[in-house]
Ligand binder design. Sequence first.
Ligand code: G6Q
Length: 545
Amino acid sequence: MTAHSKPLTQRTAWKALDAHYKKLQPLHLRTLFADDPKRGERMTAEAAGIYLDYSKNRITDETLKLLVQLAEESDLRERIDAMFHGEKINITENRAVLHVALRAPRGSSILVDGKNVVTQVHAVLDKMADFSNRVRQGIWKGHTGKSIRNIINIGIGGSDLGPVMAYEALRHYSDRRMTFRFVSNIDGTDFAEAVQDLNPEQTLFIVSSKTFTTLETMANAHTARVWLLKGLGGDEKSVAKHFVAVSTNEAEVAKFGIDTANMFGFWDWVGGRYSMDSAIGLSTMLAIGPENFSAMLDGFHQMDEHFRNTPFDRNLPVLMALLTIWYIDFFDTHTIAVLPYEQYLKRFPAYLQQLTMESNGKYITLDGNKVDYQTSPIYWGEPGTNGQHSFYQLIHQGTRLIPCDFIAFDTSLNPLGSHHDMLIANIFAQAEALAFGKTAEQVKAEGTPDWLVPHRVFEGNRPSNIIMADRLTPEILGKLVALYEHCVFTQGVIWQVDSFDQWGVELGKVLAQRIIPKLEDKSESEPEHDSSTNNLIRRYRRSKS
Ligand code: G6Q
């Protein structure tokens, strides 16, 4: 039996890490920094314009060596190659996993079942660019001859979170004459609020759904159709001018009444949460234009190349993944806070929650066995500095260890006086305070009364990464997203889970379909669930009568 075919906790590197953890756990970052004056310069890595300072992690060179060994024993190199070569590594759905093909340069080649998918990708990108240009330039007209000024993306999960995040992140580059809204929730309020001040004559809906069968999206799309027809005098022909679709399901798109000439396709080898750079990004392209969209794809591709070609000890996604595993599986931490010090990235933590937790929130290995270690942490966060006035208390002085990813940019897109210096000072200060804290001696030396001293001590030794880049551009956003995509991939390889399926979301969907008719049932029939669900159904029925 080779090292890598062994269960994770039986691998040589895992056992060595276990022993190493016991020695390292009591060490304080203060000591690690004092013993190595160059640590803050040495434990950094830079690639494709993204700088990672990982020096404030509870690691030594030995830790890194063992973590890299773990990656090697997990066959990470072979698994990366398998993904890039289009092998069907999503085994439970028997699919290739090729979001990297979505940003492969024109002219390159990646084969799936003997077909070069890069050619197909660029054909769709060209169609998207042509459509976006026509809408942005006012050439595409609505049913009454007016140009389109409002874009509403209807989609959910992977067909929503990426587009919303990218729109917010790249708003600086967007066409300010246009309004962009995103409807995802089945809660009618989402749709009602999105359209309440819009003129249907100038509104275009993008129905984004890989399957074109998702309950929420289809319900919202039908409601949008009703709203549009009501606003435009009921002429069915208007649908063609005000609805386009992004999907893999041509038959369902046609059934809805959308002209398939206005359908933008993608493929089963694009997972929903890995699809913001496919046609699912149509709203992004409409907002920022095809050139900026291309720059974003180029950014993704640069990070793909870095991930694919760089030794693990200098490989940004691999380093970040290994650090996660170190904390989750050895320090027994449960969460990771993602803290962007950039207002435009306000939806980035929400986007990452799906990317990370839907991918690696799994307890069954590829072999079908139950894991005997922890897998995905809970990712959460808010933009700085707001979080500092809220939950940072717990990160500094709570009983839980919470590794943090701080994200910031050297240059602000909105330079206003000294705002940016103050913003950046805060991020550096937070990471410093978390790592080094404040001792009782220091607190006493400030003249603090003895009884108050314990409250004002910061024990420190709380780890963080700082991720920095020059400025938030479409290209950098692509790099940042690809950084986390490949970090998630690396984690999944080591945890031996299928990072590309999502069976865990199925059961609730099936049960909801069973409950809907029971809520609408006017007879007093027994709901036939458990006593709690039955009681809730009866209570709700009474509220409707
Ligand atoms: C993502 C998931 C999921 C999916 C939504 C929407 O990886 O598969 O979030 O994106 O359920 O699915 P459709 O695009 O098919 O509507």
